[in-house]
Design a protein around this ligand. Structure first.
Ligand SMILES: Nc1ncnc2c1ncn2[C@@H]1O[C@H](COP(=O)(O)OP(=O)(O)OP(=O)(O)O)[C@@H](O)[C@H]1O
Length: 577
């Protein structure tokens, strides 16, 4: 564990940790020496040899003083080391999260990350001081005592040595059990916190649907699994500790019995036996205490394993020097891609010309959002290439792609900051007036008018104080402000309010002819604006491609799709009239 901890520590934290451990080893050895010195002291006391008693008393006092000084140093360095280790762990976690491929965050990992960043990192950072120190003392002090024992009676020392492997095996067994159960417990805690967060987020939808049983069940199941895992952890810990304490007591009993046998046989003086038995107790006591801490090491190891897992997530390949795109057109060439082995796109090829708007339409689940995500390089395709301006995205590099692309997804997440700052992050170099003007173009000013604090109203965690459509409007304003040459817009199906529709239309008008725009389009008004429409076939390919007029004239799948949507819209208007 120490090796893994050193691996995740900064050079300063590493220096402090090594110094702390050196001090701990020194205190443990000094403690062991003091215990060993008790033997001649006690023996002299029993025999009434006061001159020898005085000599050993001074010697024990000197060793005790040295112990106190080194112990104080270990405590001071230990506290600094804990803070430095916590700092290193959080930095490593933060740096790693920034490097991870965007797709890693697609699956809900918030529970796991929160567990590492809070409970896990704090626990690991305090481990060297609160646990490792005591465990090291629990092993080094008895080892010193054992060596000392050989100087007084090799037979008792040998008996003690024979018990060491049994204690070691039991300790390892206890630790492994705790490690396994803590990994299960930690996964259950992460799952339960994901479900509780989800439960809170979907409350409005649940209440609308009038059926809370499914979400209730999911949360209850997750909490039940967490309780079960915790019970398992406590049971393993309890049983393991009892077994370990039993083995340690057995070791002491062996030494007492052997000592008594030798004393009865006359080959060991009673005064020496009593002194050695005191030493025997001193040998087993720290070991028994450290057994209880083995579980703590297991818990710390779980967090370190999670950090190892994060470190092993393969990053997307990046070029040594980025290629330069000839323009801002996007090309898919023979692209195949899927999730978990199930292909969503099969040998898909198309071109989205620069400065033009391409609308992607098709059945639900046909891969429209997936195409947008491949363009933003959340993933690389399994085969084929996605390129911008003739340069494949792996040769452009993620940073260049991220700078060139302004994506607006359906599931918009806003920071718990003011509405203005949420737009401003699109381009922090602009002035407040410029940001307000750009946001107004996307009709964010309409939202702001009804907010008590105007532009400086906080939007709540994830933007929860705004509607889905409003959140997307803020996100569109942010994307516009970024002034990227490519805009990817996944039109919100869940937010078909008129204000949002006008905001999207105005934005598309503003972008038209200037940027390459790719829209996953659901609204007829959006689809009609496009220079090119790609209609997906629901089997990973393109069924039809062309302009609105061309596709209508062709009278194929798109014409039927259009007719259906237009009829539905007409029916709605009539029914309201
Ligand atoms: N992260 C993911 N892991 C596993 N499967 C996924 C993931 N994202 C999407 N899928 C699956 O891939 C398929 C295509 O999803 P995608 O979101 O691209 O479709 P879509 O055409 O945009 O759908 P919609 O119109 O309903 O938004 C679906 O079957 C979806 O369930």
């Amino acid at each position: 564990m120490i090796r893994r901890l050193l691996h995740y520590s900064s050079p300063r934290a590493r220096r402090l940790l090594v110094t702390e451990l050196a001090c701990v080893v020194a205190t443990a050895v000094l403690q062991g020496i003091a215990f060993v010195m008790l033997v001649p002291l006690l023996r002299a006391l029993f025999l009434g040899d006061l001159a020898t008693v005085r000599f050993w008393l001074i010697a024990v006092a000197l060793v005790g003083a040295a112990y106190a000084v080194v112990f104080w140093c270990a405590s001071q360095v230990g506290m600094k080391a804990s803070t430095a280790v916590l700092d290193s762990l959080l930095r490593r976690l933060g740096d790693r999260l920034v490097e991870l491929p965007t797709a890693w965050f697609g699956v809900d990992r918030s529970g796991l990350v929160a567990d590492i960043a809070t409970r896990g990192a704090m626990f690991v950072a305090s481990t060297p001081y609160s646990i490792v120190r005591l465990i090291l003392t629990g092993f080094i002090t008895p080892a010193t005592v054992l060596i000392g024992m050989y100087f007084y009676d090799w037979r008792l020392a040998l008996a003690m040595t024979a018990t060491v492997p049994v204690m070691w095996i039991t300790f390892r067994w206890l630790r492994r059990g705790m490690e396994r159960d803590d990994a299960e417990h930690s996964a259950a805690v992460a799952e339960a916190s994901n479900r509780v967060i989800e439960f809170a987020n979907v409350q409005p939808a649940l209440r609308m649907a009038g059926d809370r049983s499914t979400a209730d069940r999911l949360v209850e199941d997750a909490l039940r699994r967490q309780h079960q895992a915790y019970r398992g952890l406590l049971l393993t810990g309890g049983a393991g500790l009892a077994a370990f304490a039993g083995v340690v007591q057995l070791a002491l009993t062996v030494v007492i019995l052997l000592g008594a046998y030798l004393a009865v046989g006359g080959s060991l003086e009673p005064a020496t036996l009593i002194a050695l038995l005191v030493l025997g107790v001193r040998f087993t006591e720290p070991i028994a205490n450290s057994g209880a801490l083995g579980g703590g090491v297991a818990v710390a190891n779980t967090t370190l394993t999670h950090l190892d897992e994060l470190a092993s997530v393969a990053p997307l390949p990046e070029p040594a020097t980025s290629g330069v795109p000839a323009d801002w057109g996007i090309e898919f060439h023979d692209v195949t891609f899927g999730y978990g082995g199930h292909p969503v796109l099969r040998r898909l090829s198309f071109t989205a010309p620069p400065g033009r708007m391409t609308a992607i339409v098709g059945p639900s689940g046909s891969g429209k959002t997936t195409i947008i995500k491949l363009m933003a390089r959340f993933y690389d395709p399994e085969s084929g290439t996605v390129s911008i301006g003739g340069v494949a995205l792996p040769r452009l590099g993620t940073a260049v792609v991220e700078a060139a692309v302004a994506p607006v997804f359906q599931d918009v997440y806003l920071f718990d900051d003011t509405i203005l700052n949420n737009v401003w992050i699109g381009n922090p170099d602009l002035s407040r007036e410029e940001v307000v003007a750009a946001a107004a173009r996307c009709r964010v000013d309409e939202i702001v008018e009804r907010l008590p604090g105007g532009w400086d109203t906080r939007v709540g965690e994830g933007g929860s104080n705004l509607s889905g459509g409003e959140r997307q409007r803020v996100s569109i304003a942010r994307a516009l402000l970024k002034d990227a040459p490519i805009v990817l817009l996944d039109e919100a199906t869940a937010a078909l309010d008129i204000g949002n529709e006008i905001a999207v239309s105005d934005t598309l008008d503003a972008l038209h002819g200037d940027r390459t725009v790719i829209v996953v389009a659901h609204r007829l008004s959006t689809i009609m604006r496009a220079d090119q429409i790609l209609m997906l076939d629901g089997d990973g390919g393109i069924q039809e491609a062309g302009t609105h007029a061309q596709l209508l004239a062709a009278g194929g799948a798109y014409a039927s799709y259009w007719q259906e949507r237009a009829n539905a819209a007409g029916w709605r208007l009539t029914s309201h009239a």
